[in-house]
Design a protein around this ligand. Structure first.
Ligand code: NAD
Length: 354
């Protein structure tokens, strides 16, 4: 356990069990150099407690990196709730979780994530002020995540094709859920040709109707001929299998942890496929909930979100000039911010040697 904590440079790890509601929850606070740790609460089933611990630590670390490059005054943190088996009282569970968040005195601010809803965050908000993104505060992160992905896609097109206009380019979106559907809407307005893929037929049908999209079956998605591939569903989708199937110039989507292994960033680089590092391009939701907490204007939130395109363009330029994968450049830039120049981060050392 302490090995995992030290390797991740994790600040704090908190556990809570409340048998009266079935709550079993873990909160990881990775780094608070830039501000209070902010990150969503995931409620899913885990095979064992150790998987939940590893997941929350990995996710909290990712949030520190995301906040650092999104230039928001937040640290990185995350929470997991081990989903109770069978029937449970959802309101009681989230109020119990809210008390847990409150005990940390504001060092951790929670938000929505896989398996939790804006309504759940309303329950959390009954017992703690340290929550952002609920029905009552109106800070749904998904539309702004999609806006950030659009900004990132434009930066990638500019770098790759010398023009940020998307008219006539083909973008294939995997997963037309909360983010993917909004992204399809934005791309449609830009005049892009849209391919969509989802395991949910109903969502595919909706996207086809609304955006004149064409559909691709889920198992053929990664071999689709397109300019830009936008994974907006699951993590781990860039792996040994899909790497052999790709027919795209750019990968730029909202899904977290798209690379099954950090080494796959190097493989994309070797193939000449421009990869927009996931935690940089999908930071629009974090920007929304962070600045929303401070009652920042919609215009300022939008400006900051469009700033994702500049950050990515810097990453692409530096990747090209230093011949290092974009994923390693992003890690390096985040670590420069989080740890200063004295601590040479291991991922960078690995990438240099690769
Ligand atoms: P969502 O659950 O609303 O949408 C995901 C969609 O992917 C669903 O429609 C699902 O049916 C589809 N899907 C699942 N497996 C698939 C497969 N094999 N092939 C095709 N489609 C498949 O989730 P979301 O909120 O839109 O988030 C999408 C991704 O973006 C996630 O990885 C999430 O972690 C990440 N993300 C989301 C936000 C946000 O603001 N919602 C912010 C940052 C990152």
């Amino acid at each position: 356990m302490f090995d995992i904590i030290e390797q991740a440079h994790l600040g704090e790890l908190h556990f809570k069990s409340d048998p009266s509601t079935g709550l079993k929850s873990i909160i990881a606070i990775h780094n608070t150099k830039l501000g209070a740790a902010l990150g969503g609460c995931r409620c899913i089933e885990y095979d064992c407690d150790e998987d939940a611990i590893k997941d929350v630590i990995r996710l909290a670390r990712g949030m520190s990196y995301k906040a650092a490059l999104a230039k928001v005054p937040q640290g990185g943190g995350k929470a997991v709730i081990l989903k109770p088996s069978g029937h449970f009282d959802r309101k009681a569970l989230y109020q119990s979780f809210g008390k847990f968040v409150n005990e940390l005195g504001g060092r951790y601010i929670t938000a929505v994530d896989s398996g939790t809803t804006l309504q759940d965050m309303d329950e959390v908000g009954r017992v703690t002020p340290h929550v952002s993104g609920s029905l009552s505060d109106g800070l749904d992160p998904s539309p702004n995540t999609a806006l950030g992905v659009l900004a990132g896609i434009k930066a990638a097109a500019l770098h790759r094709y010398g023009n940020s206009k998307l008219k006539g380019l083909t973008v294939a979106i995997q997963g037309v859920g909360n983010v993917g559907f909004h992204l399809a809407s934005l791309l449609f307005k830009e005049g892009a040709r849209i391919l969509v893929s989802d395991v949910d037929e109903h969502k595919v049908k909706q996207a086809r109707t609304a955006f004149q999209a064409e559909s691709v079956s889920p198992h053929q998605f990664f071999s689709a001929h397109c300019n830009i591939l936008a994974p907006c569903g699951l993590g781990g989708v860039i792996n040994e299998t899909t790497l052999q199937e790709l027919h795209c110039d750019i990968i730029a989507g909202s899904a977290n942890n798209q690379l099954a292994d950090p080494e796959h960033g190097q493989q994309l680089h070797n193939k000449g496929i421009l990869y927009a590092p996931d935690y940089v391009i999908n930071a629009g939701g974090l920007i929304q909930v962070s600045l929303g907490l401070r009652h920042t204007s919609i215009q300022e939130i939008s400006n900051k979100t469009w700033g994702i395109s500049e950050t990515l363009y810097d990453i692409f330029t530096r990747s090209k000039s230093e011949n290092i994968p974009t994923s390693s450049i992003a890690d390096l830039m985040a670590e420069e911010i989080l740890y200063g120049h004295h601590d040479i981060p291991e991922p960078y050392a690995l990438a240099k040697g690769a």
